[in-house]
Design a protein around this ligand. Structure first.
Ligand SMILES: NC(=O)C1=CN([C@@H]2O[C@H](COP(=O)(O)OP(=O)(O)OC[C@H]3O[C@@H](n4cnc5c(N)ncnc54)[C@H](OP(=O)(O)O)[C@@H]3O)[C@@H](O)[C@H]2O)C=CC1
Ligand SMILES: O=C1O[C@H](COP(=O)(O)O)[C@@H](O)[C@H](O)[C@H]1O
Length: 492
């Protein structure tokens, strides 16, 4: 396997690079997974030397890498990091930048392959790609070039289509890596193994046995200093269009013919195509939006969304979304899937909970008060694991039943921490494995679905704010399930 050696991060002084990308590279270095002659060029707008740059990112590694900071590992990594100042719009600066890259390629004896990571605001995606092409920085003959595009990938279907056309025209679909960091999460990848490698789950994973599914990603954090970005996005585009619909696809797709990239992507796309189309009435009925007001989170008073930095007074941006999704295919017809995500909620967790249908009302169900539905809960974050709830006899001279749990915890063992999503994803780009990245048609169908919600919302002004920071979200989100005789599941 030939790994790419030259990596260029556009946005090298940004928050994502500092908190996620460089710590992920440090982790890869720690595991001995970085290629021998790896070299990183971090590009930013600020005028600074490589030495000055390294001081900042050392801090980022100390605070964010999963492996403890070790001088020896850091010394090895930092010897291969270079900072380069390049204003993205400056066409004339690119030929000189290319010369600089060629010098490094020669010095480090790389094979000429190039990996460009665009950790930049979305308005720069096309700008940079165009300039790379125009100035001959994209290698096509005798070596390859890959591009990694951060989110958000467009702001609706039309803009995403235009962006994709632009990028794939230069790099081709096979060298375009649209990142969705949820796909890099260890337990999300585990969903496929749980479903397709276990004889007791695969046969019951359908509408004959499953009552409903919940996919929930709640955060205690607010928007922090990303108010400017979030105002144009909101929870629907920030989380649902990408991360949560991907989670839904992996949970509900048919078994792929093979475990290769395209077979898996084909199955995910079929899920998106099967989503019941939303019209305005369905949006009103099945989709809830919310925005937080000042409240208490983890014992601390926190400001409301409208009080956050770079958020407009009276903003109507949603920080919470809950929706009921239906998939119209043989496997899932009649099984509602409830999705929710929100900022400044009661706790941080990402979970997929699958509730099985009740047993026939024969032997044990009638008259026994303490039966509970069988549940399979896949915990993606923060405590990675799986728990299975079932009924057992209460010990003693009684015939009563109690719900009990079998629990597998992946990261409870002291000393074990799962690889970070970005660590896995960066390594995959180096290897040229795009399985955990989204193909254009996945993006296309998810935008088509979400656009219908945005269009329906645009017709009505929301009654915001409608949930308190630190709570479970707006009342309407509880009602969404209560109407169907259900409630949100939270494992705690
Ligand atoms: N931060 C996060 O947690 C996440 C971020 N993302 C996505 O990643 C991308 C980057 O986000 P983030 O790191 O937070 O952004 P930041 O605003 O922190 O960083 C932006 C980077 O772009 C550089 N830059 C901006 N304008 C120019 C320019 N004209 N010429 C040269 N350099 C320029 C900045 O350089 P300088 O500092 O020198 O001005 C900086 O390095 C965005 O698309 C975001 O949506 C996705 C998921 C999570
Ligand atoms: O992409 C994003 O994800 C984070 C949540 O990611 P997690 O790995 O911490 O669960 C979210 O806070 C952010 O708004 C969004 O842009």
């Amino acid at each position: 396997m030939e790994l790419s050696n030259l990596m260029v991060i556009f946005g090298g002084t940004g928050d994502l690079t500092y908190r996620k990308l460089i710590p992920a590279l440090y982790n890869l270095q720690h595991e001995g997974l970085l290629p021998e002659n790896f070299v990183l060029v971090s590009v930013g707008r600020r005028d600074k030397t490589t030495e000055e740059y390294l001081v900042g990112i050392e801090e980022g590694i100390r605070g964010n890498a999963r492996f403890p900071f070790e001088e020896e590992q850091w010394n090895r990594l930092k010897a291969r990091i270079h900072y380069y100042r390049l204003p993205f719009e400056d066409d004339e600066a690119y030929p000189e930048f290319d010369n600089y890259l060629c010098t490094l390629e020669h010095k480090y004896a790389t094979r000429g392959n190039r990996m460009f990571y665009l950790a930049v605001a979305p308005e720069y995606f096309s700008v940079i790609v165009d300039k790379l092409q125009k100035n001959g920085l994209v290698r096509e003959v005798g070596a390859w070039s890959r591009v990694v595009i951060e989110k958000p990938f467009g702001k609706d279907f039309a803009s995403a289509k235009e962006l994709s056309r632009h990028i794939t025209h230069v790099f081709g679909e096979e060298n375009t890596y649209r990142i969705d960091h949820y796909l890099g999460k260890e337990m999300l990848q585990n969903i496929m193994v749980i479903r397709f490698a276990n004889a007791f789950f695969e046969p019951v994973w359908n509408n004959k046995h499953i009552d409903h599914i919940q996919i929930s990603s709640t955060e205690t954090l607010g928007v922090g200093d990303r108010g400017g970005y979030y105002e144009n996005s909101g929870a629907l585009k920030d989380m649902v269009q990408n991360h949560l619909l991907q989670l839904l696809a992996v949970t509900t797709m048919e078994p792929p013919i093979r475990l290769d990239t395209e077979s898996i992507r084909d199955e995910k796309v079929k899920v998106f195509k099967g989503l019941k189309e939303l019209d305005e009435d369905l949006v009103v009925h099945n989709v809830v939006r919310g925005q937080y007001v000042r409240g208490i989170v983890d014992g601390q008073e926190v400001p409301g969304y409208r009080e956050e930095d770079r958020v407009a007074d009276g903003s109507d941006t949603e920080t919470f979304v809950a929706l009921k999704v239906e998939i119209q295919n043989f496997r899932w017809s009649g099984v509602p899937i409830y999705i929710r995500t929100g900022k400044r909620m009661h706790h941080k967790s990402i979970e997929v909970s699958v509730q099985f249908k009740e047993m026939a009302d024969l032997l044990y169900m009638k008259g026994y008060q303490s039966t509970a539905p069988n549940m399979l809960v896949i915990r993606i974050q923060p405590y990675e694991g799986v728990s299975l709830q079932f009924n057992a006899k209460k010990p003693g001279t009684t015939n009563e039943m109690v719900p009990v749990k079998m629990d597998f915890c992946q990261n409870c063992e002291i000393g074990y921490s799962s690889p970070e999503a970005y660590e896995r994803l960066l390594f995959d780009v180096m290897k040229g494995d795009s399985t955990l990245f989204t193909r254009w048609d996945e993006v296309e169908y998810s935008w088509r679905y979400v656009d219908r919600i945005t269009q329906a919302w645009a017709k009505n002004k929301p009654a915001f704010p409608n949930y308190q920071a630190g709570s479970e979200g707006p009342r309407e989100a509880m009602d969404l399930l209560a109407r169907d005789g259900r409630k949100w599941w939270t494992s705690n």
